[in-house]
Write a protein that binds this ligand. Structure first.
Ligand SMILES: Nc1nc2c(ncn2[C@@H]2O[C@H](COP(=O)(O)OP(=O)(O)OP(=O)(O)O)[C@@H](O)[C@H]2O)c(=O)[nH]1
Ligand SMILES: [Mg+2]
Length: 305
């Protein structure tokens, strides 16, 4: 497999090995020793098979919160239908900038059939694909199923809340709280702020911040925005671009986490000794972070014996 200097492109291979090691560890009856590795796998599962150079950011939220209106505002094109009738969007729509590489395979894997190619140069980042999704809370269970599936697969999650339903149980209980581990790839947009006077806006933003902090989402940016007036749209685009550009960095750190988890697993099970420096020699950096293959090999041998 090709690798860049950072090892980021090793990610799928590293995760595959780690998963096999965890499976073998389970067969051997290991429990606590596997926790760290399992956490790394869970965190990585939604992005493991995606093209590393493309970031897919999806808009999720309640019906009528303004996902489609924000899709149009963020992309500068009237690509998505918006309406007062609920629900409106029934299928995901991917908006692909002409600055991004061919994303067809990735969108096939995500099962997104509706695609619009638009002029790039937008503030979302030149390799960011924006996806408008059906709602998570209407009477259409199929919509929620689509949103749920996509939430587990895309790279960046943009939660679109509105002043009426920002504290609604569905989005918090069923989505945000269970996905708190993904905080680093989330952005929250409080849309429709044009409907609030300044005092109410401050009060809602403070309350929303308090709720998110309580849910373990204290690091997530909250961006007040109005798809109608355009206020805050640029800020939201920059917040998405910032998370998107961290993706390669986070893939790198994921490789490091996976290797460290594998190394710890090997050492804690006694199957792999920590690297011993030769007399008077410092341990080479490569040996300080053992490859995932080492514990996998050791576990395989232990399982076979
Ligand atoms: N005042 C105001 N109205 C908005 C704003 N954004 C969207 N709307 C209106 O809210 C309604 C719903 O907007 P949509 O963009 O269709 O909402 P959606 O989240 O895509 O809805 P579904 O597709 O049903 O999930 C439309 O009538 C929009 O014009 C906003 O920022 N301010
Ligand atoms: Mg919509």
């Amino acid at each position: 497999m090709t690798t860049d200097r950072s090892g980021a492109l090793d990610l799928p291979l590293v995760l595959e090995d780690l998963e096999r090691a965890v499976n073998l560890g389970e067969q051997l009856g290991l429990r606590d020793e596997l926790t760290q590795a399992r956490d790394v796998l869970a965190q990585a599962s939604h992005r493991r098979r995606l093209a590393p150079e493309t970031t897919v950011a999806a808009l999720l939220g309640a019906t009528g919160s303004g996902k489609s209106s924000l899709t149009n505002a963020l992309t500068g094109s009237e690509v998505s239908r918006t309406a007062r009738t609920r629900p409106t969007t029934t299928q995901p729509l991917a908006v692909v900038p002409d600055t991004a590489v061919e994303a067809a395979e990735l969108l096939d894997w995500l099962a997104i059939g509706h695609r619009a190619r638009v002029d790039g140069g937008w503030a979302l980042g030149e390799t960011t694909v924006l996806v408008d999704l059906p709602d998570i809370d209407s009477d259409e269970p199929a919509h929620r199923a689509i949103a749920q599936r996509m939430a587990g697969k895309v790279d960046v999650l943009v939660w679109v809340l509105d002043p009426e339903k920002y504290a609604d149980g569905v989005v918090h209980r069923d989505f945000l709280i269970p996905m708190a581990a993904h905080a680093e790839v989330m952005v929250v947009a409080l849309n429709q702020v044009d409907r609030l006077d300044l005092e109410s806006r401050d009060a809602v933003l403070r309350d929303l911040r308090r709720i998110l902090d309580h849910e373990g989402l204290g690091s997530v940016s909250v961006v007040p925005v109005s798809a109608r007036t355009g206020e805050g749209v640029e800020n939201l685009a920059h917040a998405v671009a910032s998370v998107a550009s961290n993706r390669l960095a986070s893939a790198r750190s994921l490789v490091a986490h996976a290797r460290r988890a594998a190394g710890d697993m090997g050492e804690r099970t006694g199957l792999i000794a920590p690297p011993a420096p030769a007399a008077g020699e410092p341990v080479p950096a490569a040996q300080q972070t053992p490859q995932v293959g080492q514990p996998l090999h050791a576990l395989r041998q232990a399982a076979a014996s």
